[in-house]
Ligand binder design. Structure first.
Ligand code: GAR
Length: 186
């Protein structure tokens, strides 16, 4: 099986990043993480990434991101709670995946679990997709369905969805590594 070079972009807690790093360190995913890049210097995920021995970079200015990425030239970029819209020069150049806490195309953008509860949805879930220009748009790779319970608060629902995110993100990256998915940046 081939191994690929990955860069992970985060903005905060980084639990999806941690799930990916765990899968990689345990050999479930055959990948090499070149760096974790955060647009927030205070992102908690940076500490977690350092514990895994991963190179950490803070780049707050999106205009500089392309030149940082160019130094790594990754096969795949994984957005893991990265809360900025990538500019077209980056989406056109790299293969990029994102994880989002809803069954896209439903509830894109911020606070997706709140949106599901407000809409009185019976089901929500999470989606891994390839990234195009736009907010949470692009071809869908994998989804997991999570029921919305009457007793759910946005926080409880978000937590239950997060458990599924950690599973399907690794599965999607693995499918890409195994050549079961292909993507030409657009
Ligand atoms: C996750 O729920 C992720 O799906 C979501 O932010 C959270 C980040 O958590 N991303 C989006 O809403 C993207 N539109 P994490 O930092 O613990 O991975």
């Amino acid at each position: 099986m081939r191994s690929i070079d990955v860069v992970i972009l985060i903005s905060g807690r980084g639990s999806n990043m941690e799930a990916l790093l765990k899968s990689i360190h345990s050999g479930v995913i055959q990948a090499n993480v070149l760096a974790v890049i955060s647009n927030k210097p205070t992102a908690l995920g940076l500490e977690t990434a350092k514990r895994f021995g991963t190179e950490c970079i803070v780049e707050e200015n999106l205009d500089n991101l392309d030149s940082v990425l160019t130094t790594y030239s990754p096969d795949l970029i994984c957005l893991a709670g990265f809360m900025r819209i990538l500019p077209p020069n980056i989406t056109a150049k790299y293969t990029i995946m994102n994880i989002h806490p809803s069954l896209l195309p439903l509830y894109p953008g911020l606070r997706a679990p709140n949106q599901a509860i407000k809409a009185k949805a019976k089901y929500s879930g999470c989606t891994v997709h390839f990234v195009e220009e736009g907010v949470d748009t692009g071809p869908i790779i994998l989804q997991a369905v999570v029921p919305v319970l009457d007793s759910d608060t946005p926080e409880i629902l978000a937590d239950r969805i997060l458990g599924q995110e950690h599973i399907i993100y690794s599965q999607a990256v693995n499918a890409f590594i195994q050549g079961r998915l292909s993507r030409t940046p657009v």
